[in-house]
Design a protein around this ligand. Structure first.
Ligand code: SF4
Length: 339
């Protein structure tokens, strides 16, 4: 039996997507299990490089020291040769230590670094997919690695049903993803953008994004297929893959699009792609207000603009975004109304 390795990734959804190149690399030489959150686990379904997905519900059923001890005991019985900390908390480091995993690899900047046996440099100027791949110990990647997701038959069927219900007749689909957990990262003009696109628009997002979706549906009456809260994350990735392009904020759908290779217009407000989370689809374009000295103002994006004017987002116009989409898709642009 090959040696077993464990990857611990309990961060945000985007981080999970960006961990897939590391998973694939390690799977070339060892059996790989991955510890993930309940939210992220379905995203990694069908990934051929993963032997076992281990769900760690650190804020629910497994919360507290009791949950940590239980999981560590479970991991100890699997006798992993190495643990790779794609998420750098002290809790994750304690988990691998308590599981008696001899080799513990993580970033030299992580909170849990004192528990690691191997510390890997963390380069601020690299894409996060590159940084994570460095944990494999092969030195700097030759190129930014491409994340991958694997929607299966249930996801395809869910998307087929949604499109059927939406009266889709095979026209090009333009995806928009208006949501974000952080309010200042939500570009406010998706409805106006949808008005400009004369073809079919699909709205990607969670149930929490329904209000945003209904504003878009109102603006582009009869042309919107609202997928918010209707599809799993992996099925959303399938729908994004079927779209000719996506317009998204700096949020999870950006990374789903990277994994599915969908041309992407990414709108960055209080954050910047230089943090390491820009789009990776081969055709992608980043829009951000370059004229502001206050930008970036926060690693994640605050809930309110600390200066009150929120110019980083408000000054990116629907016309700018529509043009970016057309530039990306030339010479087969989407049908749009004249500016
Ligand atoms: S301070 Fe600047 S970058 Fe931050 S939210 Fe406000 S306008 Fe955007």
């Amino acid at each position: 039996m090959p040696a077993r390795s464990l990857i611990i990734q309990t961060s945000f959804l985007g981080d999970t997507v960006l961990t897939t190149p590391l998973i694939a690399r390690l799977a070339e030489r060892t059996q790989v299990d991955v510890v993930v959150t309940p939210l992220s686990a379905p995203l990694l379904a069908n990934n051929p490089a993963i032997h076992e997905l281990i769900v760690y519900d650190k804020r629910g059923a497994d919360r507290g020291v009791g949950g940590l001890v239980r999981l560590a005991g479970r991991l100890r019985r699997k006798e992993y040769a190495a643990a790779y900390h794609a998420q750098g908390s002290v809790r994750s480091a304690a988990l691998s230590l308590m599981a008696r995993i001899e080799r513990r690899v993580g970033f030299e900047t992580s909170a849990g670094r004192r528990f690691y046996t191997t510390r890997v440099p963390y380069f601020e100027n690299e894409h996060h997919a590159e940084r994570l791949l460095r944990l494999a110990g092969d030195g700097p990647p030759a190129a930014i690695p491409q994340p991958r997701l694997y929607p299966g038959a249930p996801e395809r069927e869910a998307v087929d049903a949604l499109l059927r219900e939406g009266g889709w007749g095979g026209e090009p689909l333009a995806a928009v993803a208006p949501g974000s957990v952080w309010a200042t990262k939500r570009w406010p003009f998706y409805a106006e953008l949808a008005e400009k696109i004369t073809g079919r628009v699909v709205v990607i997002g969670a149930a929490a994004d329904r209000e945003l979706a209904s504003q878009i549906a109102e603006a582009a009456s009869g042309r919107v297929i609202d997928a918010t809260g209707r599809l799993s994350l992996l099925a959303s990735a399938e729908l994004i893959a079927r779209s000719v392009a996506i317009v998204t904020n700096d949020s999870a759908p950006l990374h789903l699009a990277s994994a599915m290779g969908t041309p992407t217009v990414a709108i960055f407000g209080p954050t910047v792609p230089e943090f390491g989370f820009g789009p990776l689809a081969s055709r992608s374009k980043v829009l951000g207000n370059q004229s502001l000295a206050c930008r970036p103002c926060d690693r994640h994006g605050p809930q309110r603009c600390p200066l009150g004017h929120w110019r980083c987002m408000r000054e990116i116009t629907p016309r700018d975004v529509a043009q970016a989409v057309q530039d990306l898709l030339a010479p087969s642009p989407l049908p749009t109304s004249p500016p």
